[in-house]
Write a protein that binds this ligand. Structure first.
Ligand SMILES: Cc1ncc(COP(=O)(O)O)c(C=O)c1O
Length: 453
């Protein structure tokens, strides 16, 4: 029997994160001040983010950024995570492809989100910050940050997208167990929330709205910073521990991936697994494909526009250069709550614009078909978000079979779905549908974008 699991030791946990921007010939466009349209400096970001995070956000020169010992110590609670060869899935697909997955679902909160949550909470604590705020979609980021806030003794308020607050009550319980305050968004506790509830009574929320609420609370609370679980460059940076470990593990397996795949919300787990491999392409010209799997109902990379846009619904954030569906885009109520975001981070957007990566869109039912097959062949119930990566990996494996080629496929299993069983129940009951976005719907939100680029 060939080896199934590739395990590293504690000493192999990376000591530095990889900053891909240092190796990019075309740097991402800078974030802009919405009033002056001038590029932001780290100092402009200090009121909102911890200083070290603001500096990381705009760092274009340092290829490696040291991981603080305190963060690395906490990484040891579950890292390094296993790399697994999906023999069961390969057999079920009868494919010549070799399929590997990096299992980030083994973290204490069940997803990759803790890699950045611990770093962000640490830098806030180091700076003497007492309170932090954030938003969460499906609750994975909120759960991770709640754990991290507790680890570093910070008070945390989480705005949770209302539809997920109702669909995934146990994620709310997890956050409360770690001591966070959780508020369903939109709420009456902020101006942004009151405004959207006035304009759209009964609105079930979006990540864009929840971000506005969390930013507003942070700006109005003394000694308080805002934190974000995706999209921003420093979040991508922290997640590179995934790919840096996977690089060593693929070497242990004696293989190199032809294609690296991850699901895509704002881009953090995608960047985490793929950037360390993409570095081989950028610096050594290595032939490797990287593929983002996004929901067909929220297709910013496949159908969005490359333009400056706000990261939130109310327009409180800086203008970010992104593939976007427009910040007023209201995504369909799919169960992959963490993928319901209108834009892609600026690094990924630049890479996509320069054809250094690809994107595919996955329909909700296809993602659940893939999830069920994966669960039955590999014994892990994947998060609805991660299931998009599995579906894309299955498509690649089918292509390999059609072409009779032995490809090596690596995907990121960003989280488990043990708190998402309501979604699985609905899938098995036949109550789930595909949500396709019409061109008319799309042009409505895109037409509101100011043409800055
Ligand atoms: C398990 C899981 N995977 C993926 C995502 C998508 O986020 P990102 O694109 O930042 O990795 C989320 C977001 O909540 C998530 O919970």
């Amino acid at each position: 029997m060939s080896t199934k699991k590739f395990l590293l030791e504690e000493k192999d946990i990376p000591t530095a994160w990889y900053n891909i921007v240092a190796d990019m010939k075309n740097k991402p466009l800078p974030p802009l001040n919405p009033q002056t349209k001038q590029p932001l400096t780290p100092e402009d970001l200090y009121p909102l983010f911890a200083k070290k995070l603001a500096q990381q956000e705009l760092n274009e020169t340092d290829r490696w950024i040291e991981i603080p010992d305190e963060v690395r110590e906490l990484y040891k609670h579950w890292r390094p995570t296993p790399l697994v060869r999906a023999y069961g899935l390969e057999k079920a697909l009868d494919t010549p492809a070799h399929i590997y997955f990096k299992n980030e679902s083994v973290s204490p909160v069940g997803s990759h989100k803790l890699n950045s949550a611990l770093a962000q909470a640490y830098y806030c604590k180091e700076e003497g910050v007492k309170n932090i705020t954030t938003e969460t979609g499906a609750g994975q980021w909120g759960a991770a940050l709640s754990y991290a806030a507790k680890a570093f003794g910070l008070e945390l308020a989480v705005y949770m997208v209302k539809i997920s607050y109702e669909q995934k009550p146990y994620r709310r319980s997890i956050m409360q167990t770690f001591g966070a305050q959780v508020i369903a968004s939109p709420s009456m506790s902020t101006r942004a929330g009151r405004q959207i509830l006035t304009d759209h009574p009964g609105y079930q929320g979006s990540l864009g709205t929840a971000i506005s609420e969390a930013v507003e609370l942070a700006m109005q609370t003394p000694n308080c910073k805002y934190t974000l679980g995706s999209v921003l460059n420093h979040v991508m940076l922290h997640q590179t521990v995934i790919g840096l470990e996977a690089e060593k593990q693929m070497e242990m397996a004696g293989e190199y991936p032809d294609v690296v795949i991850a699901c895509f919300g704002g881009g953090s787990n995608f960047s985490g697994i793929s950037f360390p491999f993409l570095r081989h392409k950028l610096t050594e010209g290595k032939d490797i494909r990287i593929v983002a799997a996004e929901p067909a109902s929220c297709p910013k990379l496949t159908r969005g526009q490359f333009q400056y846009d706000f990261g939130d619904e109310a327009g409180y954030t800086p203008l970010l250069p992104m593939f976007t569906l427009g910040h007023s885009f209201s995504p369909a109520h799919i169960h992959a709550g963490g993928l319901r975001y209108h834009g892609a981070g600026s690094i990924v957007s630049r890479l996509k614009k320069d054809n250094l990566m690809e994107a595919v869109d996955i329909k909700q039912l296809d993602s659940f078909d893939a999830a069920a097959l994966f669960a039955r062949t590999e014994g892990i119930i994947p998060a609805p978000e991660s299931s998009h990566a599995i579906a894309a990996a299955i498509q690649e494996a089918a292509k390999a079979k059609e072409e009779g080629k032995r490809r090596t496929i690596l995907f990121n299993l960003s989280g488990h779905g043990l708190i998402d069983m309501t979604a699985y129940d609905q899938y098995f009951a036949g109550d789930l549908t595909n949500h396709e976005l019409s061109d008319e719907e799309l042009s409505k939100t895109l037409s509101g974008l100011e043409q800055i680029i």
